[in-house]
Design a binder for this molecule. Structure first.
Ligand SMILES: Cc1cc2nc3c(=O)[nH]c(=O)nc-3n(C[C@H](O)[C@H](O)[C@H](O)COP(=O)(O)OP(=O)(O)OC[C@H]3O[C@@H](n4cnc5c(N)ncnc54)[C@H](O)[C@@H]3O)c2cc1C
Ligand code: SF4
Ligand code: SF4
Length: 371
């Protein structure tokens, strides 16, 4: 792998507007910080190879190396990534009834993972007003408070770095695909730290087509609704084409054409819709806003999901094949768009320290052909 330092990260990612503000470079050292959705290098640092660069999901991401690390197989460009099974899912009777984004599968998995001792801490995303707030929690009761999607990009992984700095391990992490990519790079021990142990025990990925830039979104919504009255925001699956804002006293809808300009440009380079490097990935089931699509990817993800089902925390149903067609198409489409944009910018298998992705050229060709 090609490793560089914070200077190269600042030039190639932050100044080039590729930063998604995931927080993976924040709280590793005093130099990087995140403020209201923006990440900044506060002072120059002389370290030539830093964890900040190695963890960042927007520079030198070796897709083959990550896939081999997680699955012992090469990256093959499959629209949905490597997986062991795909299910319709929702929270079971052992999970407290409250408002979830969809079926509550993410909350159910995290609550079960705590209760069963599979995890001893979890990195989640809360919100204060519209501002997403990274949270490290050590009790299952706190998982409930973090439910619901914050559709803005969030510096969630700064909370993971803080937890690791304090010596916590056996962690659950919930994140978007870019955050999960950063987590997978952390798990690979890129700096060859002696005695390194994977700090994660369950990584739950969220499907993501795009996120919103916090500052742009806040400015937009402040002109439309009283921000303090927002209780939930939702982007129902197609064909809805709206962003819904649920208020204490009603609901407003905004056509996605008005919302898309608030998406940061970096999401256009992103080829991963379903968090391919997670243990399990969760999205909204198309046509059923109260259910989730659950993609089970790794052995530990499968074990925990099955245990959660047996113990009444999760309800799983087989996913009918025909239900998967649109998801496959959408994920494949995002992959093609992301790689095309990255390739056009010279950021696939390009110059060391400047390229975004590395993958086998024949695999890239396969992505551009219809599968
Ligand atoms: C930016 C974004 C874009 C999304 N786009 C899609 C999409 O295109 N298609 C689709 O099917 N689903 C999408 N989702 C996922 C979907 O909104 C639900 O999160 C998912 O289906 C889980 O539902 P649930 O009922 O299990 O969640 P809940 O049980 O309510 O739990 C939600 C979990 O999400 C975490 N979370 C919330 N916001 C963030 C954030 N910004 N960053 C990291 N973690 C967060 C919380 O910590 C919580 O644990 C997106 C989510 C986000 C955050
Ligand atoms: S690690 Fe995350 S926050 Fe830091 S530069 Fe990269 S994308 Fe931005
Ligand atoms: S589209 Fe990609 S880069 Fe943008 S928030 Fe989603 S996972 Fe991250």
């Amino acid at each position: 792998m090609n490793h560089f330092g914070s200077g190269e990260l600042e030039t190639a990612v932050i100044q080039s507007e590729l930063c998604i503000g995931c927080g993976a470079c924040v709280r590793l050292c005093p130099y990087f910080d995140s403020y209201r959705g923006k990440t900044a290098l506060l002072f120059p640092c002389a370290v030539e190879k830093g964890r900040c660069f190695a963890y960042c999901p927007k520079i030198e991401v070796d897709l083959d190396a990550i896939t081999r690390f997680l699955h012992g197989k090469p990256y093959d460009g499959n629209p949905l990534g490597h997986h062991r099974g795909i299910f319709i899912a929702r929270a079971g009777e052992k999970v407290r009834k409250q408002s979830f984004q969809a079926g509550g599968t993410v909350t159910a998995l995290m609550v079960y993972a705590f209760r069963s001792g599979n995890i001893r801490g979890a990195v989640l995303t809360n919100r204060k007003g519209l501002l997403p707030e990274p949270r490290f929690v050590t009790r299952s009761a706190d998982v409930y408070r973090a439910s619901l999607s914050k559709y803005t990009a969030a510096p969630t992984l700064s909370a993971l770095n803080e937890a690791l700095d304090k010596g916590h391990g056996n962690l659950g992490v919930v994140g978007t695909p870019c955050q999960v990519t950063a987590v997978s790079q952390m798990r690979m021990n890129p700096m060859d730290k002696p005695g390194f142990k994977d700090p994660t025990a369950l990584v739950v990925g969220l499907f993501c087509t795009w996120a919103l830039d916090f500052r742009r979104f806040e400015t937009f919504l402040a002109g439309e609704v009283p921000l303090e009255k927002i209780v939930k925001i939702d982007i129902p699956p197609p064909p809805a084409q709206v962003l819904e804002v649920y208020l204490e006293d009603g609901k407003r809808e905004f056509p996605l054409d008005r919302i898309r300009p608030l998406v940061p440009d970096t999401c256009g380079y992103c080829p991963d819709m379903t968090a391919e490097f997670a243990d399990v990935s969760v999205g909204v089931l198309e046509g059923r806003g109260d259910r989730n699509t659950l993609i089970v990817r790794t052995e530990r993800g499968e074990r925990i999901a099955r245990e959660a089902e047996e113990k009444g925390f999760l309800v799983l149903e087989e996913m009918p094949r025909e239900n998967l067609e649109h998801l496959q198409w959408a994920a494949g489409n995002k992959k093609k768009r992301g790689f095309l944009r990255s390739r056009e910018a010279g950021k696939v298998n390009g110059e060391p320290g400047k390229t975004l992705f590395r993958l086998a050229p024949e695999c890239l060709d396969g992505v551009f052909q219809d599968r």
